[in-house]
Ligand binder design. Sequence first.
Ligand SMILES: [Zn+2]
Length: 246
Amino acid sequence: MLTDDQLLRYSRQILLPEFDVAGQAALAAARVLLIGAGGLGCPAALYLAGAGVGELILADPDKVDSSNLHRQIAYRETDVGQPKAQALAATLHALNSEVRITAHVLAADDSWLATQVPGVTLVLDCSDNFATREAVNRACHAAGVPLISGAAIRQEGQLAVFDFRQPESPCYGCLYGDGEGPDTLCSESGILGPVVGTVGTLQAHLALRLLSGANVGGVLHLFDGATMSWRQLRLRRDPGCRVCGG
Ligand SMILES: [Zn+2]
């Protein structure tokens, strides 16, 4: 049940017929786990906190560096040297004190994810390396928890929803198999801030749509910032996938 203050605060999104009071109530009841508090996690978390998600759980092992400030929009110069998860939590609390926020300064691995993922409504993968992406995918598939995956490098971005509430959903492993090369790092290849910001923002958008009942799974969205073009690819489950096949 929403209070009068909440109905006012969230009125601009409640006005949307496809979101409505029911969408707001679903959002308030949701627990969302964000893996990574960098260029993707900052905008994603800001929009989710602003929208009134009930609980946000943040995990990131790193501290804010001056080279992060061009794209990691939750941070200020005074945050340099602070753990990102804690600095982001402080910013989110200032934005919306109704949101319950837990900050974990750690790298999400299989054992930690196994303790967290089964209890959440949705996971956003905002991490920057394949090992974490694969661990998050395994944990979400095992728990039947939907996963919104985002990535960006240089001027290119991509995002996809794997809705593991549906038994036939493809997974991140179906897309990338087990032939992973080395990680492509922003520190080596470069990244434009608005590109990663766009992907993180749209992870939040897909989260709001999924939590309010829309079917948003099974599509890979690819963005090319150099040509300002988008492509959509329908994802198929790989019967030979190490994670979800067989
Ligand atoms: Zn798979």
